[in-house]
Design a protein around this ligand. Structure first.
Ligand SMILES: NC(=O)c1ccc[n+]([C@@H]2O[C@H](COP(=O)([O-])OP(=O)(O)OC[C@H]3O[C@@H](n4cnc5c(N)ncnc54)[C@H](O)[C@@H]3O)[C@@H](O)[C@H]2O)c1
Length: 283
């Protein structure tokens, strides 16, 4: 899809990767709806985006609430005259050893990272299908979508695998009409180390991020604007996977090789005679 003149909604666009995506799209002539739970930051991004001569608006939202996502869609269609691109990017992370994860942190991460993405796809994909014009959904996963590269984030890893699974499942059903991508960032220099600033009271309330994580992101993290460029290219090229760190091929190969070796060892003669069907034969 060419970008000039398109209209996009980006969630979690008040800071970090979402901000980088929104500003890069605006530089390429895309009108943007900057949606975030942090309204001051969203409005600041709107001012920066509008400097490119595009129509830029903000919307205050908690993506985990389907009603608010429906309101976002209504607002976006009304204010921008239609939407062509949805970036389901809002996400949070809470670190803890796997056995120490609280119910609150498990539920909070799944409500934003997974339910938020599902809410966005359910609301916008149905409207995209009805609209009948080219449309693209980009869901922000992670390199944690295809492996578990670091300790201390098991629930987060679960959410990001779910983002990949949901995106692929939606593509299986609607990919003939709409393009889907899953963005799989490695380490990006954003405010995610301080995601606890947005943890609602029902999940345990606000918590301080770790200085160590902040330093790590500052030292090794890629600039979010660079991610915005990669997303713009991914939309233009209709790529399903959008990678920020080519070294993630190691994670992919590790899983692929482990699966292949297990199948070859467990099933040296291939499938049983009576179990030859593949999923494509039954759907
Ligand atoms: N930074 C990284 O290294 C990295 C790596 C892989 C994936 N990601 C993913 O990138 C996405 C963006 O995170 P980031 O790193 O830019 O962090 P960030 O904290 O800088 O930005 C996240 C944004 O989401 C917003 N947000 C949080 N909860 C929300 C909610 N319920 N509803 C609406 N908005 C909400 C925040 O206000 C913030 O503006 C997330 O999905 C994250 O999991 C980040």
């Amino acid at each position: 899809m060419d970008l000039e003149g398109r209209r996009a909604v980006v969630t979690g666009a008040g800071s970090g990767i979402g901000r980088g995506i929104a500003l890069t799209l605006a530089r390429h002539g895309v009108h943007v709806m900057v949606a975030d739970v942090e309204t001051d930051k969203a409005e600041a991004v709107v001012r920066e985006a509008a400097a490119n001569g595009v129509n830029a608006r903000s919307f205050a939202i908690d993506v985990s609430d389907p009603k608010q996502v429906a309101e976002l869609a209504d607002h976006a269609w009304r204010e921008l005259g239609g939407i062509d691109i949805l970036c389901n990017n809002a996400g949070v992370c809470a670190s803890a050893a796997a056995l120490e994860i609280t119910d609150g942190d498990f539920d909070w991460q799944f409500s934003v990272n997974v339910k938020g993405v599902f809410n966005g796809m359910r609301e916008f994909v149905s409207r995209f299908v009805e609209q009948g014009t080219p449309a693209h959904v980009v869901n922000t996963g992670s390199h944690h979508s295809i492996g578990a590269p670091t300790k201390g984030v098991a629930a987060y890893v679960g959410t990001k695998h779910a983002v990949l699974g949901l995106t692929e499942a939606f593509r299986t059903e609607y990919g003939d009409r709409i393009d889907f991508s899953v963005l799989c960032p490695g380490i990006i220099n954003t405010g995610i180390w301080d995601a606890g600033r947005n943890r609602p009271a029902e999940f345990g309330g606000r918590f301080e991020g770790s200085e160590f994580s902040k330093q790590a992101l500052n030292s090794f993290g890629m600039r979010p604007e660079r991610v915005g460029e990669l997303v713009s290219n991914g939309i233009r090229n209709r790529d399903f996977f959008i990678w920020t760190h080519p070294q993630d091929i190691e994670l992919i190969e590790k899983r692929y090789n482990e699966c292949r070796e297990a199948i070859e060892r467990q099933w040296p003669n291939g499938p049983d005679e009576e179990h030859q069907m593949t999923p494509n034969d039954v759907t």
